[in-house]
Design a protein around this ligand. Structure first.
Ligand SMILES: Cc1cc2nc3c(=O)[nH]c(=O)nc-3n(C[C@H](O)[C@H](O)[C@H](O)COP(=O)(O)OP(=O)(O)OC[C@H]3O[C@@H](n4cnc5c(N)ncnc54)[C@H](O)[C@@H]3O)c2cc1C
Length: 297
Protein backbone atom coordinates (compact mmCIF):
# COMPACT_ATOMS: atom_id res chain seq x y z
CA UNK A 1 0.00 0.00 0.00
CA UNK A 2 1.15 3.54 -0.74
CA UNK A 3 0.99 5.77 2.33
CA UNK A 4 -1.59 5.98 5.09
CA UNK A 5 -5.35 5.85 4.43
CA UNK A 6 -7.04 9.25 4.13
CA UNK A 7 -10.54 10.66 3.94
CA UNK A 8 -11.92 12.38 0.86
CA UNK A 9 -14.48 15.19 0.54
CA UNK A 10 -15.69 16.96 -2.57
CA UNK A 11 -17.61 20.11 -1.60
CA UNK A 12 -20.24 21.25 -4.11
CA UNK A 13 -19.73 24.99 -3.67
CA UNK A 14 -17.05 27.47 -2.64
CA UNK A 15 -19.02 28.28 0.51
CA UNK A 16 -19.14 24.58 1.45
CA UNK A 17 -15.40 24.25 0.75
CA UNK A 18 -14.56 27.28 2.89
CA UNK A 19 -16.49 26.06 5.92
CA UNK A 20 -15.07 22.54 5.61
CA UNK A 21 -11.53 23.91 5.21
CA UNK A 22 -11.99 26.24 8.18
CA UNK A 23 -13.16 23.27 10.30
CA UNK A 24 -10.70 20.61 9.11
CA UNK A 25 -7.84 22.71 7.65
CA UNK A 26 -5.26 21.43 10.15
CA UNK A 27 -5.67 17.81 9.01
CA UNK A 28 -6.59 18.50 5.42
CA UNK A 29 -4.81 19.10 2.14
CA UNK A 30 -6.43 20.78 -0.83
CA UNK A 31 -6.58 18.48 -3.85
CA UNK A 32 -6.61 20.28 -7.21
CA UNK A 33 -5.21 18.12 -10.04
CA UNK A 34 -3.29 15.81 -7.72
CA UNK A 35 -0.27 15.65 -10.05
CA UNK A 36 2.10 16.77 -7.29
CA UNK A 37 0.05 15.82 -4.23
CA UNK A 38 -0.36 12.12 -5.04
CA UNK A 39 3.35 11.82 -5.77
CA UNK A 40 4.14 13.17 -2.28
CA UNK A 41 1.59 10.85 -0.66
CA UNK A 42 2.84 7.85 -2.62
CA UNK A 43 6.43 8.60 -1.62
CA UNK A 44 5.25 8.96 2.02
CA UNK A 45 6.49 12.54 2.21
CA UNK A 46 3.00 13.63 3.21
CA UNK A 47 0.24 11.87 5.15
CA UNK A 48 -2.89 14.05 5.20
CA UNK A 49 -5.94 12.78 7.10
CA UNK A 50 -8.30 14.35 4.59
CA UNK A 51 -8.18 15.48 0.98
CA UNK A 52 -10.60 18.24 0.00
CA UNK A 53 -11.16 18.07 -3.74
CA UNK A 54 -11.70 21.53 -5.29
CA UNK A 55 -11.26 20.37 -8.88
CA UNK A 56 -14.88 20.93 -9.92
CA UNK A 57 -15.78 24.11 -8.06
CA UNK A 58 -17.25 26.43 -10.73
CA UNK A 59 -16.47 29.55 -8.64
CA UNK A 60 -12.74 28.74 -8.90
CA UNK A 61 -12.66 28.31 -12.67
CA UNK A 62 -12.25 30.81 -15.48
CA UNK A 63 -10.12 33.50 -17.08
CA UNK A 64 -11.22 37.10 -17.60
CA UNK A 65 -9.67 40.40 -18.69
CA UNK A 66 -10.49 43.92 -17.60
CA UNK A 67 -8.52 46.84 -19.13
CA UNK A 68 -8.10 48.42 -15.67
CA UNK A 69 -7.37 45.31 -13.60
CA UNK A 70 -5.72 43.11 -16.18
CA UNK A 71 -5.96 39.36 -16.45
CA UNK A 72 -7.63 37.31 -13.71
CA UNK A 73 -7.10 33.55 -13.67
CA UNK A 74 -9.08 31.64 -11.07
CA UNK A 75 -7.09 29.10 -9.06
CA UNK A 76 -8.91 25.97 -10.26
CA UNK A 77 -8.29 26.72 -13.95
CA UNK A 78 -6.42 23.90 -15.65
CA UNK A 79 -2.97 24.54 -17.11
CA UNK A 80 -4.28 23.35 -20.52
CA UNK A 81 -7.03 25.99 -20.38
CA UNK A 82 -4.40 28.67 -19.67
CA UNK A 83 -2.25 27.39 -22.53
CA UNK A 84 -5.19 27.61 -24.97
CA UNK A 85 -6.92 30.75 -23.70
CA UNK A 86 -7.21 33.52 -26.32
CA UNK A 87 -7.10 36.10 -23.48
CA UNK A 88 -3.87 34.67 -22.06
CA UNK A 89 -2.31 34.43 -25.52
CA UNK A 90 -3.17 38.06 -26.18
CA UNK A 91 -2.29 39.64 -22.82
CA UNK A 92 0.31 37.23 -21.40
CA UNK A 93 1.76 35.18 -24.28
CA UNK A 94 4.82 34.18 -22.25
CA UNK A 95 2.51 32.58 -19.67
CA UNK A 96 0.70 30.63 -22.40
CA UNK A 97 4.12 29.42 -23.57
CA UNK A 98 5.17 28.41 -20.03
CA UNK A 99 1.87 26.58 -19.55
CA UNK A 100 2.40 24.71 -22.83
CA UNK A 101 5.78 23.51 -21.51
CA UNK A 102 4.45 21.99 -18.30
CA UNK A 103 4.45 18.17 -18.47
CA UNK A 104 2.39 16.32 -21.06
CA UNK A 105 -1.03 17.09 -22.50
CA UNK A 106 -2.62 14.64 -20.04
CA UNK A 107 -0.82 16.30 -17.09
CA UNK A 108 -1.89 19.76 -18.26
CA UNK A 109 -5.56 18.72 -18.34
CA UNK A 110 -5.28 17.59 -14.71
CA UNK A 111 -2.89 20.18 -13.28
CA UNK A 112 -3.68 23.72 -12.15
CA UNK A 113 -1.39 26.74 -11.99
CA UNK A 114 -2.39 27.13 -8.32
CA UNK A 115 -1.03 23.64 -7.62
CA UNK A 116 2.16 24.50 -9.50
CA UNK A 117 2.62 27.66 -7.40
CA UNK A 118 1.50 26.22 -4.03
CA UNK A 119 3.79 23.18 -4.39
CA UNK A 120 6.55 25.83 -4.41
CA UNK A 121 9.21 23.86 -6.24
CA UNK A 122 12.10 26.11 -7.35
CA UNK A 123 12.03 24.36 -10.74
CA UNK A 124 8.32 24.94 -11.39
CA UNK A 125 7.29 26.19 -14.79
CA UNK A 126 4.91 29.06 -14.11
CA UNK A 127 6.35 31.06 -11.12
CA UNK A 128 9.14 32.86 -13.08
CA UNK A 129 6.74 34.25 -15.65
CA UNK A 130 4.20 35.21 -12.94
CA UNK A 131 6.96 37.05 -11.05
CA UNK A 132 7.98 38.79 -14.26
CA UNK A 133 4.38 39.94 -14.72
CA UNK A 134 4.28 41.39 -11.19
CA UNK A 135 1.36 39.05 -10.45
CA UNK A 136 -0.80 39.59 -7.35
CA UNK A 137 -2.26 36.58 -5.61
CA UNK A 138 -5.77 36.66 -4.23
CA UNK A 139 -5.75 34.55 -1.09
CA UNK A 140 -8.92 33.23 0.54
CA UNK A 141 -8.72 33.66 4.33
CA UNK A 142 -11.05 32.41 7.08
CA UNK A 143 -12.57 35.93 7.31
CA UNK A 144 -12.55 36.95 3.63
CA UNK A 145 -9.57 37.51 1.36
CA UNK A 146 -6.26 39.34 1.07
CA UNK A 147 -3.85 40.04 -1.77
CA UNK A 148 -0.13 39.41 -1.82
CA UNK A 149 2.50 40.09 -4.52
CA UNK A 150 3.76 36.74 -5.74
CA UNK A 151 7.32 37.98 -5.02
CA UNK A 152 6.44 37.57 -1.30
CA UNK A 153 4.83 34.16 -1.62
CA UNK A 154 7.79 31.77 -1.75
CA UNK A 155 9.42 31.68 1.69
CA UNK A 156 11.69 28.63 1.45
CA UNK A 157 11.93 25.31 -0.40
CA UNK A 158 8.30 24.11 -0.74
CA UNK A 159 7.18 26.64 1.84
CA UNK A 160 4.76 29.44 1.01
CA UNK A 161 3.25 32.45 2.79
CA UNK A 162 -0.17 30.73 3.06
CA UNK A 163 -1.26 30.73 6.71
CA UNK A 164 -3.47 28.13 8.42
CA UNK A 165 -6.93 28.14 6.85
CA UNK A 166 -5.81 30.10 3.76
CA UNK A 167 -5.95 29.01 0.15
CA UNK A 168 -5.07 30.48 -3.22
CA UNK A 169 -8.14 31.83 -4.94
CA UNK A 170 -6.94 33.71 -8.04
CA UNK A 171 -4.03 35.23 -9.95
CA UNK A 172 -4.15 38.85 -11.11
CA UNK A 173 -1.73 40.00 -13.80
CA UNK A 174 -1.83 43.81 -14.17
CA UNK A 175 -2.19 45.21 -17.69
CA UNK A 176 1.15 45.67 -19.46
CA UNK A 177 2.12 49.34 -19.81
CA UNK A 178 3.14 50.81 -23.18
CA UNK A 179 6.61 49.79 -24.42
CA UNK A 180 6.80 46.73 -22.18
CA UNK A 181 6.84 42.97 -22.68
CA UNK A 182 7.35 39.71 -20.80
CA UNK A 183 9.37 36.72 -22.01
CA UNK A 184 9.88 33.20 -20.70
CA UNK A 185 13.07 31.22 -21.24
CA UNK A 186 13.76 27.65 -20.21
CA UNK A 187 16.49 25.10 -20.52
CA UNK A 188 15.92 21.38 -20.24
CA UNK A 189 17.50 18.17 -21.42
CA UNK A 190 14.69 17.41 -23.84
CA UNK A 191 11.69 19.21 -25.23
CA UNK A 192 8.89 17.39 -23.44
CA UNK A 193 7.88 15.80 -20.13
CA UNK A 194 10.68 16.94 -17.93
CA UNK A 195 11.29 19.43 -15.17
CA UNK A 196 13.40 22.39 -16.32
CA UNK A 197 17.06 22.54 -15.29
CA UNK A 198 16.76 26.34 -15.45
CA UNK A 199 14.03 28.79 -16.27
CA UNK A 200 13.54 32.51 -16.24
CA UNK A 201 10.80 35.13 -16.57
CA UNK A 202 11.87 38.53 -17.92
CA UNK A 203 9.97 41.83 -17.90
CA UNK A 204 11.30 44.87 -19.74
CA UNK A 205 9.78 48.33 -19.93
CA UNK A 206 11.28 51.21 -21.90
CA UNK A 207 10.92 54.95 -21.34
CA UNK A 208 9.25 57.18 -23.94
CA UNK A 209 12.59 57.65 -25.76
CA UNK A 210 12.48 53.93 -26.61
CA UNK A 211 16.09 53.29 -25.52
CA UNK A 212 16.20 53.85 -21.74
CA UNK A 213 15.22 51.02 -19.43
CA UNK A 214 12.52 52.34 -17.09
CA UNK A 215 11.65 49.04 -15.37
CA UNK A 216 12.90 45.47 -15.41
CA UNK A 217 12.14 42.22 -13.55
CA UNK A 218 14.41 39.18 -13.79
CA UNK A 219 12.89 36.10 -12.11
CA UNK A 220 15.03 32.97 -11.92
CA UNK A 221 14.02 29.33 -11.35
CA UNK A 222 16.23 26.38 -10.35
CA UNK A 223 19.11 28.54 -9.12
CA UNK A 224 18.13 28.60 -5.43
CA UNK A 225 15.66 27.10 -2.95
CA UNK A 226 12.82 29.26 -4.34
CA UNK A 227 12.06 31.13 -7.56
CA UNK A 228 13.26 34.68 -6.96
CA UNK A 229 14.10 37.99 -8.58
CA UNK A 230 17.64 39.27 -9.15
CA UNK A 231 16.79 42.53 -7.41
CA UNK A 232 20.30 43.98 -7.17
CA UNK A 233 20.80 43.51 -10.90
CA UNK A 234 17.37 44.98 -11.65
CA UNK A 235 18.29 48.11 -9.70
CA UNK A 236 21.59 48.49 -11.54
CA UNK A 237 19.96 48.07 -14.94
CA UNK A 238 17.20 50.63 -14.40
CA UNK A 239 18.05 53.87 -16.17
CA UNK A 240 20.64 52.25 -18.47
CA UNK A 241 20.42 52.68 -22.22
CA UNK A 242 19.90 49.62 -24.39
CA UNK A 243 23.03 48.19 -25.96
CA UNK A 244 25.84 45.73 -25.41
CA UNK A 245 26.85 47.20 -22.06
CA UNK A 246 23.28 46.73 -20.78
CA UNK A 247 23.05 43.15 -22.07
CA UNK A 248 26.44 42.23 -20.60
CA UNK A 249 25.49 43.74 -17.22
CA UNK A 250 22.20 41.78 -17.22
CA UNK A 251 23.93 38.47 -17.99
CA UNK A 252 26.72 38.98 -15.47
CA UNK A 253 24.30 40.29 -12.81
CA UNK A 254 21.95 37.30 -12.82
CA UNK A 255 24.91 34.89 -12.77
CA UNK A 256 26.22 36.72 -9.72
CA UNK A 257 22.87 36.58 -7.91
CA UNK A 258 22.16 32.94 -8.79
CA UNK A 259 22.91 30.42 -6.02
CA UNK A 260 22.50 27.08 -7.79
CA UNK A 261 23.43 23.64 -6.50
CA UNK A 262 24.52 20.46 -8.29
CA UNK A 263 21.66 18.02 -8.72
CA UNK A 264 20.50 15.26 -11.06
CA UNK A 265 19.40 17.78 -13.72
CA UNK A 266 22.52 19.98 -13.97
CA UNK A 267 25.64 21.12 -12.21
CA UNK A 268 25.83 24.43 -10.38
CA UNK A 269 28.62 25.56 -12.73
CA UNK A 270 26.47 24.87 -15.81
CA UNK A 271 23.51 26.72 -14.33
CA UNK A 272 25.69 29.69 -13.46
CA UNK A 273 26.92 29.90 -17.03
CA UNK A 274 23.57 29.47 -18.71
CA UNK A 275 21.38 31.73 -16.56
CA UNK A 276 23.11 34.76 -18.09
CA UNK A 277 22.39 33.43 -21.58
CA UNK A 278 18.70 33.04 -20.69
CA UNK A 279 18.58 36.63 -19.41
CA UNK A 280 20.07 37.96 -22.62
CA UNK A 281 17.77 35.87 -24.83
CA UNK A 282 14.74 36.88 -22.80
CA UNK A 283 15.62 40.56 -23.06
CA UNK A 284 16.11 40.23 -26.83
CA UNK A 285 12.72 38.54 -27.05
CA UNK A 286 11.12 41.39 -25.06
CA UNK A 287 12.72 43.96 -27.39
CA UNK A 288 11.39 42.10 -30.40
CA UNK A 289 7.88 42.12 -28.92
CA UNK A 290 8.08 45.79 -27.96
CA UNK A 291 9.24 46.53 -31.51
CA UNK A 292 6.17 44.77 -32.84
CA UNK A 293 3.95 46.82 -30.56
CA UNK A 294 2.95 43.87 -28.36
CA UNK A 295 2.23 45.02 -24.83
CA UNK A 296 1.26 48.52 -25.99
CA UNK A 297 -1.43 49.89 -23.70
C1 LIG B 1 4.41 13.38 -15.34
C2 LIG B 1 4.51 14.74 -14.69
C3 LIG B 1 5.18 15.76 -15.37
C4 LIG B 1 5.29 17.02 -14.78
N1 LIG B 1 5.96 17.99 -15.47
C5 LIG B 1 6.08 19.24 -14.92
C6 LIG B 1 6.78 20.29 -15.62
O1 LIG B 1 7.27 20.11 -16.73
N2 LIG B 1 6.87 21.49 -15.00
C7 LIG B 1 6.34 21.73 -13.77
O2 LIG B 1 6.44 22.85 -13.26
N3 LIG B 1 5.67 20.76 -13.10
C8 LIG B 1 5.53 19.53 -13.63
N4 LIG B 1 4.87 18.55 -12.94
C9 LIG B 1 4.34 18.84 -11.60
C10 LIG B 1 2.83 19.19 -11.55
O3 LIG B 1 2.11 18.68 -12.65
C11 LIG B 1 2.55 20.69 -11.46
O4 LIG B 1 3.25 21.28 -10.39
C12 LIG B 1 1.05 21.00 -11.34
O5 LIG B 1 0.82 22.29 -11.81
C13 LIG B 1 0.46 20.82 -9.95
O6 LIG B 1 -0.92 21.19 -10.00
P1 LIG B 1 -2.07 20.26 -9.40
O7 LIG B 1 -3.35 20.97 -9.68
O8 LIG B 1 -1.96 18.87 -9.91
O9 LIG B 1 -1.72 20.34 -7.86
P2 LIG B 1 -1.98 19.29 -6.68
O10 LIG B 1 -1.08 18.13 -6.85
O11 LIG B 1 -3.43 19.01 -6.55
O12 LIG B 1 -1.52 20.18 -5.45
C14 LIG B 1 -0.16 20.56 -5.27
C15 LIG B 1 -0.04 21.33 -3.94
O13 LIG B 1 -0.72 22.57 -4.03
C16 LIG B 1 -1.75 22.64 -3.03
N5 LIG B 1 -2.86 23.36 -3.66
C17 LIG B 1 -3.45 23.11 -4.86
N6 LIG B 1 -4.36 24.06 -5.15
C18 LIG B 1 -4.35 24.93 -4.10
C19 LIG B 1 -5.07 26.13 -3.80
N7 LIG B 1 -5.97 26.64 -4.64
N8 LIG B 1 -4.80 26.77 -2.63
C20 LIG B 1 -3.88 26.27 -1.78
N9 LIG B 1 -3.16 25.14 -2.00
C21 LIG B 1 -3.40 24.48 -3.15
C22 LIG B 1 -2.06 21.21 -2.66
O14 LIG B 1 -2.62 21.09 -1.36
C23 LIG B 1 -0.67 20.60 -2.76
O15 LIG B 1 0.06 20.91 -1.61
C24 LIG B 1 4.72 17.28 -13.49
C25 LIG B 1 4.04 16.24 -12.83
C26 LIG B 1 3.92 15.00 -13.41
C27 LIG B 1 3.18 13.92 -12.68
Amino acid sequence: MHGEPFGYEKPASLREFESLFAERGEDAKILAGGTDLFVLIKERLLAPRLLIDISDLPELRGISYDPGEGLTIMAGTKVAEIERSALVREHAPALAFAAANLGSNQVRWMATMAGNVCHASPAAETPPVLLAHGCELVIGTPGGERTLPISEFFLAYRKTALQAGEYLKAFRLPPLPARSAVAYQLRGLRRAMEIDMLNMGIYLELAADGVTVSDIRLAMGSVGPVTYRARGTEQRLKGMRLGEEFMAAAGAGVAEEATPIDDMRASAAYRNRVIGVLARRGLEQCLEQIGKGRGEA
